[in-house]
Write a protein that binds this ligand. Structure first.
Ligand SMILES: [Zn+2]
Length: 195
């Protein structure tokens, strides 16, 4: 080979080599990036599976949390912005509640059945609720009632409106809790034992 041709041959081979090298590097880079991407996608899928699994595992307890009847706590029978004007004692086996926010709704302290809807000279318009948890609650001096005897009520449901019927000097709720039907061989309990 003449010198001129040999130079051209070497030059050609060099260019070919550089092209091959570059192609190889690009291919390698591409493969590397693809692998990283696929790895991440696999990771994301795994995480999603984990989230789904943990969500499914938690589903049941979450539903149970909002089921009220299993809740041992009591609902306050009026708005929680209140003053106690007469506290619990053996002479006054109840609490007298006056609200300070103008809300006169009376709420069922717990789920149960209304067993008495009546009127007495002292208690005025009153309701007795037999609760599912075995206790009885008494609500006196109501101006009106939104439930009737035999009706099932849920904890926190409005059962009447506070008033001053019967022996009362102002609008308030006389609220008491009993172990057994009120005043009939039963014992009264301080309502604040439950709040
Ligand atoms: Zn009272």
């Amino acid at each position: 080979m003449k010198l001129q041709k040999r130079k051209k041959f070497i030059k050609g081979n060099l260019i070919c080599g550089i092209i091959l090298l570059l192609t190889g590097t690009i291919l390698e880079l591409y493969t590397g990036i693809t692998t990283i991407f696929q790895g991440n996608i696999k990771g994301i899928n795994l995480n999603l599976t984990e989230i789904n699994t943990s969500y499914n595992n938690k589903k049941d307890p979450l539903v149970k949390e909002v089921v009220y009847n299993d809740d041992p706590s009591w609902a306050f029978p009026t708005s929680t912005n209140y003053n106690i004007t007469s506290s619990y004692s053996n002479y006054h086996p109840a609490i007298d509640i006056v609200t300070t926010d103008g809300n006169t709704n009376v709420y069922a302290a717990n789920s149960g059945v209304i067993v008495t809807d009546s009127y007495k000279w002292d208690g005025g318009n009153y309701l007795v609720l037999q609760q599912d948890n075995g206790y009885y609650t008494l609500y006196c001096h109501l101006s009106s009632k939104t439930v009737t005897v035999g009706q099932r009520v849920e904890k926190g449901q409005i059962i009447g409106i506070m008033g001053r019927t019967g022996f009362a000097t102002g609008v308030h709720l006389h609220f008491s809790v009993w172990n057994g039907y009120p005043y009939e061989n039963s014992t009264h309990i301080n309502p604040f034992d439950f709040y």
